[in-house]
Design a protein around this ligand. Structure first.
Ligand code: ADE
Length: 245
């Protein structure tokens, strides 16, 4: 997978790419991350990328010329999607992340200021994505979120493919609770079933806990989840909680 980041703050990506899974994915050649400074595509002495909005109003708007030139200067590397990171976009979900992982190249365009000239969006963006209903200072952190979420789905990146399959959202449920040593911590004991060595019972317990946790914390997810009739019936006897526990 090739990522092309289009931004005015290329250095914001230094440390996230220099640690842990992303670092290893780069070193193993699983991903390539190329950063492109929009300012390198300006033609004025001040290297300006923004201007005042037509029609007035607060804030500045990203000018179309340098941004469009920057995106159009990128090489095409197979099946490509050019994505604008913006709070106006479709909300990112694990389903969308899976879809993105099927491309060869993702161009991540990071907006700044009050917005981007609409004509630039029309010309060089295939899709607009938001990472949630809140406003950040720019699209750089959201772009990093996309890179992280997509990279961990690339075969061979995590090492253990099971860890992708069993985790939250992959099967429409939140994850079951996890425990490790010690067996007793501050008077709280690990559930007996997990110490039993009985794999079928452990799997049953984990499934039950995942269903219950999803019901309590994210009942909105259950409609689409693959539950048995028995699981649906057992939930009808339980009340969802107002706050997560
Ligand atoms: N830019 C600013 N806020 C954003 C958000 N929530 N998602 C994507 N891009 C953004």
């Amino acid at each position: 997978m090739r990522f092309d980041i289009v931004t005015i703050f290329t250095r914001m990506f230094d440390s996230p790419l220099a640690e842990s899974i992303l670092k290893r994915a780069v070193e193993a050649g699983k991903i390539e991350v190329h950063r492109h400074d929009i300012r390198d595509h300006t033609t004025d002495a001040h290297r300006s990328v923004d201007d005042t909005p037509y029609g007035g109003g607060a804030g500045m708007v990203m000018r179309p010329e340098p941004l469009v030139r920057c995106v159009e200067s990128l090489p095409e590397a197979g099946k490509r999607c050019r994505i604008l990171m913006t709070p106006q976009g479709e909300t990112l979900t694990q389903d969308i992340v899976r879809e993105l992982a099927s491309f060869n190249q993702l161009v991540l365009i990071c907006g700044r200021y009050e917005g981007i000239d609409e004509r630039a969006i029309k010309l060089v963006c295939d899709r607009e994505l938001s990472i949630g209903d809140y406003v950040l200072a720019g699209g750089e952190i959201p772009a990093m979120v996309v890179i992280d979420a997509v990279t961990r789905l690339i075969p061979g990146v995590l090492g253990n493919e099971d860890s992708v399959r069993s985790e939250s959202f992959e099967d429409g449920l939140l994850e079951y609770p996890h425990y490790t040593r010690p067996e007793v911590f501050r008077d709280e004991k690990v559930p007996d079933v997990l110490l039993s060595g009985h794999h079928a019972e452990i799997a049953k317990w984990r499934r039950k806990e995942a269903v219950l946790r999803t019901f309590k914390r994210r009942p909105d997810m259950l409609k689409a989840a693959d539950l048995t009739e028995e699981e649906r019936r057992s939930l009808e006897l339980t009340k969802p909680m107002k706050t997560a526990k």
